[in-house]
Design a protein around this ligand. Structure first.
Ligand SMILES: [Cu+2]
Length: 331
């Protein structure tokens, strides 16, 4: 069923439960569709013009249809109370304590995702809408001691694997929707509200890439294959002279295809270059289509290194700014 519905890979701890729910609902709807469909066909034949030319003012006398309706309602109640509510309450109420999670703020705007990390102190610095500029889309007040070490990114969300993540989600302008299909996460971002959502990534981007690798049979006609050209190679491919035609993670361009074919390479391993993305799931304006963020799930070590790198470049920037302003006052 998972494959029939075309559900993507699951890369979060709760994703399997969401999929199970989707599958149960599809089965339920399929049974209802088949039931009501056959009932409809039955009535078309049973009450056809040639058989009953006179309308019956009383209609159905038995209770059979009421029983069916009762059974359908009961089934829906079971689905709602037994499956949907518990799952939903786990998502919205059973948040882990913030000290055990990676906490990050995400502020949506037309048409970008602004990401705010609290930095080494673990405290988010003050933000103020009055301070919002194109260089400071979050309106972060760097004069606030808690804001000094805060890291901000645009459209890039790095997270460690195997630890719960809490996202404090809000929006600056209109309603957006924070959707990461592979993590089975989707939550509206509403202006004036901060909504907390949580999930636990179970796969790093590298593992997702490995899992989504497909083998593609290469022929010369592939020079016009736009689908293939949106992918990257997952292996290194060398020509007969030993020179590389494609390196790992390199994009597949029309030019490399004849080279592959002439080197006798008939099959290549391919995968999407950015396997995990934040897609805005609300039609939020004309630029909605380009509201695309990138998620990078890393090992805890890689994540730590990334944070350290970001912090170092931030400190360097601040020192530079301080030096510039002293130079200016001395002039
Ligand atoms: Cu949007």
């Amino acid at each position: 069923m998972h494959d029939i519905l075309g559900l993507p890979l699951v890369a979060s701890a709760h994703g399997g439960e969401i999929d199970q729910m989707i599958i149960i609902i599809h089965w339920m709807m399929f049974i209802l569709f088949a039931g009501w469909g056959s009932f409809f066909l039955y009535t078309l034949i049973r009450f056809r013009k040639s058989r009953s030319q006179k309308a019956d003012p009383v209609g159905v006398r038995g209770h059979f249809s009421s029983y069916i309706e009762g059974a359908v309602a009961l089934f829906e109640v079971i689905l709602l109370v037994g499956f949907a509510y518990p799952l939903w309450s786990k998502r919205v109420n059973a948040l882990p304590p913030e000290k055990d999670a990676t906490v990050v703020r995400v502020v949506a705007e037309q048409f970008a995702w602004n990401v705010h990390y609290p930095g080494n102190d673990g405290i988010f610095g003050r933000t103020d809408l009055k301070l919002v500029t194109s260089d400071n889309p979050l309106g972060l007040d760097r004069s606030d001691p808690n804001a000094k070490d805060d890291i901000t990114t645009i459209n890039q969300l790095n997270l460690p694997v195997g630890k719960p993540v809490i996202v404090r989600l809000s929006s600056k302008d209109v309603i957006h929707s924070f959707g990461i299909p592979l993590l089975r996460v989707k939550q509206d971002a509403i202006p004036g509200e901060v909504i907390r959502l949580w999930f636990e990534p179970t796969m790093t981007n590298e593992q997702v890439l490995q899992a989504s690798t497909k083998r593609h049979h290469v022929t010369l006609t592939d020079t016009g294959n736009t689908e293939l050209q949106a992918l990257v190679a997952m292996d290194e491919y060398k020509g007969k002279d030993g020179n590389p035609i494609l390196t790992k993670m390199q994009g597949i361009t029309p030019e490399v295809i004849p080279q592959l074919v002439s080197a006798g390479i008939t099959e290549i391993a391919v995968a999407p270059p950015t396997p995990m993305e934040i897609a805005c799931a609300q039609l939020c304006g004309l630029g909605h289509y380009r509201m695309r963020g990138f998620v990078k799930i890393q090992t805890p070590e890689e994540y730590k290194a990334w944070l350290a790198e970001e912090t170092a470049s931030l400190m360097q920037e601040q020192q530079q700014q301080a030096a510039d302003s002293t130079a200016r006052t001395q002039q």
